[in-house]
Design a binder for this molecule. Structure first.
Ligand code: PLP
Length: 462
């Protein structure tokens, strides 16, 4: 009946945003070596660098923090956490970790050996790194539809099942200790995965006697998108859809910093008691005793409550509608982006925004830096700075596969008017696209260079 998207919560505590001028930001980004990672967050007006750990906790979660019990062993906060995660996922053995990547390290240490293959729709970078650290091969099998940025295909996060079958045929089930599915598919543009696809993949896994694991960071957002987009799910609850997806899997890893809306936390879950036992041995080695893992009692309480809030459909409706609202307005203004929008982020296509810049002139950096200079909005380049490479012998720069800029939207943190402001800033950067300068790298690390590289513009903007 009404079009305005309202936040289904009131604001109880506020955090002041320091307002800055374009002139000040011009100096700040220069001092940061034109790398948004080197900015101080207090110099950012709207921070869309990540949706991980940046959400706002509820009054209930803060109340839980006060109730957190810090006993070393057998804390009631652990049992609250375990029961809440079990209630949502149905997995029996639940191991707390300090964040998602710790769960990944334990999972792959126990399940993989050198030379193994781990297929995924798309591995997130820490997932890939943990598979590779074990000497195994992380294989991405994204859907073919993901290559088309403009189509309306609703589930571009799906796995390519034909390629999964080929992978089993080529390597044999002995070399594939598990298959993973990342829901939603963060490295695949934050796109959702359909239930039909999870079911098909689970079928292939069952035939081969291979366990299917979910990377479940954004499973409730994925479930809401299934409810909206997949035939037969409109009348099911998100809670039921999440459970149906988990029922198709043997376990999951989860960075609770995403859908469970905590600032720190994660877990590893499985149905296999013997495996859980092995995993707990590794947990004790680096994370902590099995009833707290890498977390304090208060973190466990916040996570337990956040898991339940994550399936609240009023919240999810607002969350997905708000992301879509930003995407739709940018699209209407002609800004090229990955369509349809997923749950947690908008991915701008910098290659088409700034076609005058070669990939090795970092169009994604050009767009992200213009957004910062113009309006103090911080977004993240996912392009040739992040995924390209440098040959120190020849000085040659190699481009990455795509030139994207990700606007990740923290949960419950910004209001609708903040989103309107973001739209205005992106549209302004788009209007100035012909004058955006390219960049060159003046200093870079041999690994993960995007975090610390220093750059300089090839010309001045405008
Ligand atoms: C899909 C996915 N998997 C795993 C992780 C790793 O989680 P964490 O940052 O908590 O270690 C992330 C974090 O961004 C993610 O998006």
């Amino acid at each position: 009946m009404f079009n305005t998207i309202i936040e289904p919560f009131r604001i109880k505590v506020i955090e002041q945003i320091k307002m800055t001028t374009a002139e000040e930001r011009h100096g700040m980004i220069k001092d940061a070596g034109y790398n948004i990672f080197a900015l101080r967050s207090e110099d950012v007006i709207i921070d869309l660098l990540t949706d991980s750990g940046t959400g706002a906790m509820s009054a209930n979660q803060w109340g839980g923090i006060m109730r957190g019990d810090e006993s070393y062993a057998g804390s009631p906060s652990y049992f609250h956490f375990r029961d809440s995660v079990n209630d949502i996922t149905g997995f029996e053995h639940i191991i707390p970790t300090h964040q998602g990547r710790a769960a990944e390290r334990i999972l792959f240490s126990v399940m993989c050996k050198e030379g193994d293959i781990v297929p995924n729709n798309s591995h997130f970078d820490t997932t890939r790194a943990n598979v590779e650290f074990r000497g195994a091969i992380a294989l991405d099998l994204p859907s073919l539809e993901l290559a088309d940025m403009d189509s309306d295909f609703p589930f571009k996060g799906d796995m390519d099942v034909a390629r999964l079958l080929e992978t089993f045929a080529e390597y044999g089930a002995e070399r594939i200790p598990l298959v993973m599915m990342t829901v939603t598919n963060n490295s695949g543009g934050g796109q959702p995965v359909s239930m039909a696809n999870v079911r098909e993949v689970a079928g292939v896994c069952r035939e081969n006697g291979t366990p299917l694991y979910l990377d479940a960071c954004r499973i409730t957002e994925n479930a809401y998108l299934i409810k909206q987009r997949e035939p037969g799910y409109a009348d099911k609850t998100v809670r039921a859809i999440v459970r149906e997806m988990c029922d198709l899997a043997e376990g999951c890893t989860m960075s609770a910093k995403k859908d469970a809306i905590v600032n720190m936390g994660g877990f590893l879950a499985t149905r296999d008691a013997a495996l859980a036992q092995e995993e707990k041995v590794l947990l004790i080695l680096t994370e902590g005793f099995p009833t707290y893992g890498g977390l304090s009692g208060r973190d466990l309480e916040a996570l337990a409550i956040g898991m339940q809030e994550a399936v609240d459909e009023d919240y999810l409706h607002y969350r997905i509608a708000s992301t879509h609202y930003v995407g739709q307005h940018l699209r209407d203004a002609g800004v090229p982006l990955l369509w349809p929008t997923g749950g947690h982020a908008i991915y701008l296509d910098a290659e088409r925004i700034a076609p005058h810049l070669a990939p090795t002139q970092y169009p994604g950096v050009a767009v992200a830096n213009a957004m910062y200079e113009l309006g103090g909005v911080r977004a993240c380049e996912i392009g040739s700075l992040m995924f390209g490479s440098h040959n120190p012998a020849t000085g040659e720069e190699t481009a990455g596969p795509r030139e994207l800029v990700r606007l990740a939207i923290p949960r419950r943190t910004y209001t609708q008017s903040h989103m309107d402001y973001v739209i205005e800033v992106v549209v302004k950067a788009f209007e100035e696209r012909d004058s955006l300068p390219g960049y060159r790298i003046v200093e870079q690390a041999p690994f993960l260079r995007h975090f610390s590289a220093k750059l300089e513009p090839l010309a001045q903007r405008g």
